[in-house]
Design a protein around this ligand. Structure first.
Ligand code: SF4
Length: 232
């Protein structure tokens, strides 16, 4: 496990919790709009990194001040020692939010069922037809992702779906397909894309607010609570 980033305190990453955030390197997707691409294709020599012991030692000292930990990336579930990290954080009494792309959906379900994770922020990249392209891959088996979506919809675990809207990938048709995929879901955030130095594809464009509102309207027919994030 390579821990490339450690945000020691935040009030905005996990509901009203005072949380720390751990960023793990590596990912099984290659999203052209990724803001953390330096964590995806990484060079150990150039990334600041921390050991698991350093992170756990900090969390041990901050019990009472912090109430939760966000585990993010990259894609955390590709790390074989993720469970060790989660178990150690849980032993300290923290709530855990996991940011994931859901490709290893069955594994994420097992983490929830074993009480190693309390809340899932699941990226929904696009309709299933558009998934490989939007994730920057030639092909993709989305069966694990679909299982995770269905599991979250039919159980009581805390979760949110979130989608970054990109003009080059999202259309009314793909959003209508997404609405079918997420039907019965509780919460979806539609996030505004913003270009930054880390984004690998410099040709990408954001979706304008009026189109984001139209997409929101389509998705509200299927999902209880749909919000825009990053649009003023
Ligand atoms: S899944 Fe997330 S971390 Fe991985 S490439 Fe896509 S946006 Fe980046």
């Amino acid at each position: 496990m390579l821990i490339t980033g450690f945000e020691k305190i935040s009030l905005v990453n996990f509901d009203s919790e005072v949380s720390a955030t751990i960023f793990l390197a590596g990912c099984n997707f290659r999203c052209p709009f990724c803001h953390n691409f330096e964590f995806v294709i990484f060079d150990e020599d150039y990334l600041e990194h921390y050991t698991m012991e350093e992170v756990i030692s900090y969390l041990k000292k901050r019990r009472g001040l912090l109430s939760a930990v966000v585990v993010s990336g990259g894609e955390p579930t590709i790390n074989s020692d993720l469970e060790e990290l989660l178990s150690k954080i849980k032993e300290l009494g923290y709530r855990i939010k996991l940011d994931t792309n859901g490709l290893k959906g069955e594994y994420v379900i097992s983490l929830l069922e074993r009480g190693l994770v309390d809340y899932i922020a699941l990226d929904i990249k696009n309709s299933l037809d558009m998934y490989p392209k939007t994730a920057g891959l030639k092909s993709l088996d989305t069966s694990g992702l679909v299982k995770l979506i269905e599991f979250l919809k039919s159980n009581d675990y805390g979760y949110e779906f979130r989608t970054t809207l990109i003009k080059n990938y999202h259309t009314k048709e793909s959003i209508e397909e997404m609405a079918k995929l997420l039907k019965g879901g509780k919460k979806l955030f539609l996030q505004k894309f913003e270009m930054s130095d880390n984004v690998p594809d410099r040709t990408l464009e954001e979706i304008k607010k009026e189109d984001a509102l139209e997409f929101k309207h389509i998705l509200e027919s299927s999902i209880m609570n749909v919000s825009l994030r990053g649009y003023d």
